[in-house]
Design a protein. Structure first.
Lengths: 82, 349
């Protein structure tokens, strides 16, 4: 799976990336790649409205707010259980 | 109780505390002055002050005056971020209608708490929502009519500036948006492109402990992000003050048409971080800036800057960007003239 983070480098966006990294680490899922997209044109093309955004394989999990580590872990756990 | 109701009550409560505090202080001060006692400035600057002390004294004097109001402004900004669901506003920006302009002007400030979101949001409103006009209105109104800026204008300038700035900024944003829509949007575009700006909105129940914690986190985020810029901005104002004499200020920024035009164009070009425009104008007013140029700068200063124009030109054609910058320059002049006519002079405490 690929976790994508869209953000322009503002503090909130950086925090989201850190939270996602920590959640992946703590839950111990392998084969997860985290990409942070900074390019504004690409962000606009993807059609989101508010930043930061976190996507699991192109599915928007959060837009315009910063989920904490526990929340991201919950989503990861659901995927792990499937 | 709903989360949003709780948020609104909280915001009104904080506003109430702030306004009573400011009023109490103002009444106290007037009473002292009536008795012939002038309240002493703790960090006053006079012609004998060594030049290198001026920036530090400016900063200290500002902090003693504004710490309470600034603190309240951060609490309110955090509460708006935490308790007011952004989805409600965005939903209304998905329709092409005249109402969208008003929502963009009034609702924008409630949305744009993260400045990194402004350009993507602008693109979304333009391409998938209400179209170019409201998108421009949103872009221009947001920095001028947000709660923190209003509170600080009230505390550091005066209620006359609050009213003048709000009404004129609001009108300028809507006029510019409407003009841009009329000039640049073709008939096909107006007829086509049904709105796709949809957003899901889940109402979250109120969870007092968690929500208050989230509020505090958001407040702390704002302080961390904005306060350093504000402090740095005021220090720089102090440095500028070393070089500017009242004679220079009254010549170039005193009351008058060319002075208003100059202040307006400075506002269009110069980058002014949020909230810094207010102490900046205050210092210049004390040194002899006219009320007209002051308001013109408040209209264009935070809304436009060279960096923001460049940022927006990645989403829309640079000719459009130049066009709205020119319109805003003109409206800054008009606004400045109106304000100079209505409020020719002002005394600041």
């Amino acid at each position: 799976m690929i976790i994508k983070i869209l953000g322009t480098g503002c503090p909130g966006c950086q925090k989201l990336e850190a939270n996602a990294k920590k959640a992946v680490e703590e839950i111990g899922l392998k084969d997860i790649q985290i990409i942070h997209i900074y390019d504004l044109n690409e962000i606009i093309k993807s059609g989101v409205t508010m930043l930061p955004v976190i996507l699991f394989d192109d599915e928007i999990k959060a837009e315009g707010w910063i989920p904490d580590v526990e929340e991201i872990k919950k989503w990861l756990q659901e995927i792990k259980n499937q | 109780m709903k989360r949003i109701t709780f948020g609104i009550i909280l915001i009104i409560l904080i506003l109430g505390i702030l306004v009573s505090y400011e009023w109490y202080n103002a009444i106290q001060k007037t009473r002292l002055i009536e008795q012939g006692l002038y309240p002493k400035e703790p960090f006053s600057i006079n012609p004998q002050t060594p030049w290198w002390q001026i920036p530090f004294l400016t900063l200290l004097s500002y902090l003693t005056k504004a710490w309470f109001c600034l603190g309240m402004a951060f609490l309110i900004a955090g509460a708006v971020q935490t308790f007011i669901p952004k989805e409600i506003i965005i939903k209304h920006l998905g329709q092409r209608s005249f109402k969208a302009y008003f929502i963009a002007a009034f609702g924008g400030p409630l949305l744009s708490v993260c400045s990194c979101s402004i350009i993507p949001l602008f693109a979304a409103i333009k391409k998938r929502g209400a179209g170019l006009g409201p998108a421009i209105t949103f872009l221009l109104a947001t920095p001028a009519i947000n709660p923190a800026a209003i509170i600080l204008t009230f505390s550091l300038l005066s209620w006359k500036f609050v009213i003048g700035r709000m009404i004129l900024a609001f009108s300028a944003a809507i006029i510019t948006g409407t003009l841009m829509e009329a000039i640049w949007t073709t008939e096909e575009e107006r007829a086509g492109s049904l709105s796709q700006l949809k957003i899901e909105y889940k109402e979250k129940p109120l969870n007092l402990k968690n929500d208050l914690k989230e509020w505090m986190i958001n407040v702390f985020d704002f302080v961390k992000r904005i306060l350093p810029l504000v402090l740095l901005g005021i220090f720089l104002i102090g440095i500028i003050k070393i070089f500017l004499t009242p004679a220079i200020i009254s010549k170039y920024l005193g009351q008058g048409f060319w002075q208003i035009a100059l202040a307006s164009i400075i506002g269009v070009i110069m980058y002014t971080p949020t909230l810094v425009e207010i102490p900046f104008v205050r210092e210049l007013l004390i040194l002899g800036m006219g009320t007209g140029p002051a308001l013109a700068f408040l209209l264009t200063g935070p809304a436009l800057s060279l960096p923001s124009l460049l940022g927006v030109s990645r989403v829309i054609n640079w000719k459009m960007v130049l066009n709205y910058a020119l319109i805003m320059w003109g409206l800054g002049i008009v606004g400045g003239l109106i304000f100079a006519y209505l409020v020719p002079q002002i005394t600041l405490f």
